[in-house]
Design a protein around this ligand. Structure first.
Ligand code: PLP
Length: 440
């Protein structure tokens, strides 16, 4: 066997990076948790901030060298508060999971009970039980109960949730925290409808906006901090089109506890280049976020309707399929979510398989679930609108329903993709969305 030199490995890695960019340039990216950041965000990620430490709070750092970092971080916090109309912002959590952990650490103790959505009902693994290696259970020792879920309405059942909490209370298991928000997230959660009830039982309310933060910022989904949530956690890279990262927002009274949980509790370096990139994202969201959120939701509805017209079983039909950036499709008539995901990938259409309500009871698992999930956040940022949504639905139909060879679709999709190579809803877009930047 030929020996691989270090230089060969080095070249191979760099070449994979380049090939990946090229692939995405020619693909239809429909992963609901992904987006494409602006050239300015990429510039911040390349800056020297990425090589520095700035432990602590701006103005109270542990090391010198933080003059400009502090400038940017103060601005970043102010922009986050303005964008989400929040009293307190901690911009340091390095991801959505770390943001959730900051809230668990600040407001619960191991052994406490949290009520959250189950995974087939849209919950995220960071809300999950210990036996599923969920962050809440495994890392913070929370005992997780699931909300009763209405699969027809595709949301949390308000009356049954009240009954469940009364029952838990009788059994001496009253939750300490209620988690709203999720990963399969088509319609707003009933925060307003449940907040008074939760408060009357002293239950702390967090809303996990990882998926829908950009829609909330654009005023198009729900407004959890006005509806009764005590805090809101999120990722900064899904519908909020920034760098990978996290953010916590809260009423002022919770600020001190959250600050300590983030540092020294959960971070040492908070990835300062990502913090700067978040600040840039907030300026873009303040300037372009309303138009973006409106177009995202419009696109999602059009794609959902077109898929339904093409014969697909799209979830949430009774309510108009979706009010977010997501669409969930039951594909069991054709095969399963795993097979459909793989077939579409061969045609450069990137989606993810998805557990949907009823899967676990029917014995289906994460590898072969009943559904797929599609998101339009990234294709909207590339400037696509209604007619492109209809074309995408017809591509998906050809592969999944008509069983056309996916490889034979690649050239059509490449051609379709050619006109959407710039990032929209940002101040500057000289660099192509997937243009590879070579610095060597
Ligand atoms: C994606 C997601 C997260 C995790 O975010 P990361 O930034 O990947 O850590 C947390 N909660 C929900 C609901 C999510 O969908």
């Amino acid at each position: 066997m030929a020996k691989t030199s270090n230089r060969d490995s080095y070249k191979k890695i760099l070449s994979s990076l380049q090939t990946h960019n090229k692939w995405f340039e020619n693909s239809i990216p429909l992963i609901a948790s992904e987006n494409i950041p602006s050239p300015a965000v990429k510039e911040a990620l390349l800056s020297d901030f990425g090589n520095r430490y700035a432990e602590g709070w701006p103005g109270e750092r542990v090391y010198a060298g933080c003059i400009y970092i502090d400038e940017v971080e103060f601005e970043c916090m102010a922009l986050a508060k303005k964008l989400f109309k929040a009293e307190f912002a901690d911009v340091r959590p390095i991801s959505g999971v770390v943001a959730n952990l900051a809230i668990y650490s600040a407001f619960t103790n191991p052994g406490d009970i949290m009520i959250a959505p189950s995974i087939p009902a849209g919950g995220h693994i960071s809300h999950g039980k210990k036996e599923h290696s969920g962050t809440a259970g495994l890392v913070h020792g929370l005992d997780v109960e699931f909300y009763p879920f209405d699969a027809e309405e595709m949301t949390i059942d308000v009356d049954k949730t009240k009954d469940k909490i009364e029952e838990l209370k009788k059994a001496g298991r009253l939750p300490k925290m209620a988690m709203f928000g999720g990963s399969l997230f088509l319609f707003p959660h009933p925060v307003k409808e449940l907040a008074d009830f939760m408060k009357s039982h002293n239950i702390y309310i967090n809303y996990d906006a990882a998926h829908v933060a950009g829609l909330i910022a654009g005023g198009r989904f729900q407004d959890p901090l006005r509806e009764g949530a005590d805090s809101m956690t999120m990722s900064t890279h899904k519908t909020l089109f920034g760098p990978q990262g996290g953010l916590v927002l809260a009423s002022a009274q919770y600020g001190e506890a959250i600050k300590k949980a983030t540092f020294p509790g959960l971070t040492s370096s908070h990835h300062i280049h990502h913090m700067a990139a978040k600040a840039i994202t907030f300026t873009e969201a303040l300037e372009f976020g309303k138009d973006y959120a409106k177009q995202v939701i419009k696109n999602a509805k059009i794609l959902a309707e077109a898929l339904s017209e093409n014969g697909f079983k799209v979830l949430g039909e009774r309510r108009g399929f979706t009010e977010s950036h997501q669409i969930a499709v039951n594909v069991l008539d054709y095969s399963d979510g795993g097979k459909v995901e793989a077939d579409l990938e061969k045609a450069n259409i990137i989606v993810n398989r998805q557990l949907i309500p009823g899967d676990i009871k029917a014995g289906r698992n994460y590898f072969h679930p009943g559904g797929i999930r599609l998101g339009v956040a990234e294709i909207t940022r590339l400037g696509m609108k209604g007619s492109e949504m209809k074309e995408i639905a017809s591509f998906i139909k050809k592969i999944v329903i008509d069983k056309k060879d996916p490889k034979k679709m690649i050239s059509t999709i490449k051609k379709f993709r050619k006109d959407y190579q710039k990032v929209h809803y940002c101040f500057d877009n000289k660099l192509g969305a997937y243009e590879y930047v070579k610095l060597r």
